[in-house]
Design a protein around this ligand. Structure first.
Ligand code: ZN
Length: 261
């Protein structure tokens, strides 16, 4: 990068920072996107012709069509399992199974985020997987169940809160339960339209049979201790307050995925 261009970027970054400090209220959002920490989304109001020219030149220097970066341009790459745009090339690699990274002191690892062909998608707050740390046993159950689910040709399962990075209290969950210890995870029931968003068991969009299939797929890993969910017409689930819109799986802490699963 030349000195001149580098200086230009610093000035633009300062301009943008000032604008971000004093944003105008905007409510034209109509698109969801996959983004990665470190990527930057620049609101349309900030896009001066100079900035567009600079960013376009930089994109071309990397051999990328700048149109790919404009939301709604029709040139965004589309995430294969949510159908939402993303702003960098998705990997073409087939990935077998799931990677379990070295555990932290507390023994918790992060669930992979936006993992292609894994059979699951990530949701939940805090975003970007900050609430998706769990015991390796949890990752192995999700990995094994996701693989079965994916091979069955199903739309990905939604996996939500597990625990915070170092465990401990994770409001609004119980202070001493699975979400404080990384030993359980939340999952969305399935919608009839298969969209990767939430649904309540009282909604006409709730697909009971598909949700039973989803729960059975997770239980088939043999790593599940208990299932809490308020559609008790599904065998093997127990009612628990506030579990109309998600399923809670309590996982056997010592579970390991059998070879080949
Ligand atoms: Zn839960």
């Amino acid at each position: 990068m030349s000195h001149r261009r580098s200086k230009g970027l610093h000035e633009l970054a300062d301009e943008i920072a000032k604008l971000i400090d004093d944003p105008e209220p905007v409510s034209d959002d109509s698109t969801l996107a996959h983004v990665t920490p470190g990527e930057m989304v620049i609101p349309a109001a900030f896009l001066t012709p100079e900035l567009i020219a600079l960013l376009s030149a930089e994109a071309r220097r990397h051999g990328v069509d700048p149109a790919r970066f404009f939301v709604g341009s029709g040139r965004n790459s589309i995430n294969p399992f949510t159908g939402q745009p993303e702003f960098f090339d998705p990997t073409e690699e087939e990935i077998e199974g799931i990677t379990v990274t070295t555990p932290h002191e507390k023994g918790l690892v992060q669930l992979p985020q936006n993992f292609p062909n894994s059979g699951f998608y990530n949701y939940g707050t805090p975003v970007n997987g900050a609430g998706q740390y769990g015991a390796p046993a949890v990752m192995e159950v999700i990995g094994a169940a996701g693989k079965q689910w994916q091979q069955g040709g199903n739309a990905p399962m939604g996996v939500g809160n597990i625990s915070l990075e170092h465990g401990g209290p994770f409001p609004p969950h119980s202070e001493t339960g699975d979400h404080a210890r990384g030993t359980g995870f939340d999952m969305r029931p399935i919608r009839k339209d298969r969209r990767p968003v939430g649904v309540d068991i009282t909604s006409p969009e709730y697909d009971r049979d598909a949700t039973q299939h989803e729960i059975e797929t997770v239980r088939a890993t043999e790593g599940v201790e208990k299932v809490f969910f308020n559609d008790t017409s599904i065998p093997g689930v127990e009612r628990l307050d506030k579990h109309d819109n998600h399923i809670h799986f309590a996982i056997k802490p010592k579970y390991r995925r059998p070879p080949g699963r």
